[in-house]
Design a binder for this molecule. Sequence first.
Ligand code: SAH
Ligand code: SF4
Length: 354
Amino acid sequence: MGKNINEIIEQAVNTGRLTKTDVVTLLSSSGEDAAALFAAADGVRKSQMGDEVHLRGLIEFSNYCERNCTYCGLRSSHKDLARYRMEEEEILAVAAAAVPLGYRTVVLQSGEDSYYDAQTVASIVHRLKKELGLVITLSLGERNRDEYKLWKDAGADRYLLKHETADADLYAALHPDMTWERRRQSLLTLRELGYQVGSGCMVGLPGQTLNALAEDLLFLQALDVEMAGIGPFVPNPHTPLAKAEGGTVEMTLKMIAVARLLLPKAHLPATTALGSIDKQGRQKALTGGANVVMPNITPNRYRRMYEIYPNKICLDDNPAHCRNCIGGIIASLGRHVADGPGHSPKDCFSGLAG
Ligand code: SAH
Ligand code: SF4
């Protein structure tokens, strides 16, 4: 006879290891069993990461994209989308405004936009570090090793590149002109260069099986990521996947919870996408394993144009409002906003200055 849910959860909490079959069993749970999974994940979060919630200020600095991912509103075939780019000085100004709000980390994110050459990005990174003392996460998609290295040398601390799905066939179907193998190689390169590596996946992609979701989690564990962003796929009406079903809140929460059991010391964000499909989505994630929130600090005039998926929350809010709102949510859960830089607690990163 197979193990029951409680035995699987207990094994995961004690050893941090699960077979793919056991992960699938956890992802299939519902009712009391799912509640036990969330409680276990919350317990591991508390014992390993404490009650602090880390804030990362997200700057969506360009919505130009040369890729054509079938799920994403920024894809190059979406010709009706008004496009924008922020220049270096504007990015610096947005980041400077985030410092008095208490942000210690900014995440610079964009479509894959070669307008920003390697030197320009290096200069922005260098100045954000030197002039503002910020911790820098980059999320600019796939670039070559030399570029990743230049940015690391310029002071970038972290890189966020979601693997999206570890099912190579599904990856190929969703990403014209991109390959799973190159994605994997890019992540290995980032790891080798000494970045704190963030990866992650979407939940509820068309054709994505429970087995594939289990592989996502085991891939993140094998890569031993410092951060794992797990959010629901939200169908975008301006893409070929307009009519797809999309991910559920429940499955996304189970994925985050199992990620916490498999990666006890990873930073796990309560994603904006989850907050967009459920008003309480981020609260539920924060009480089921997550310990990070990434409030949007992009200027209002651009937010609507960074429409990766529809119905994004906080489109009309300014950074100060978002900071207060998030602070309120965190306090209401009996948690508090972290003061420190929020580096990975792994030994190799915990001594970093800042
Ligand atoms: N171009 C960069 C960063 C911007 S896209 C990159 O691709 O890495 C950031 C993330 O948005 C992607 O990793 C993807 O997981 C997510 N995303 C794109 N379209 C989405 C959708 N329809 N629903 C939910 N998440 C989506
Ligand atoms: Fe571009 Fe990233 Fe969207 Fe793909 S997911 S189309 S790379 S912005």
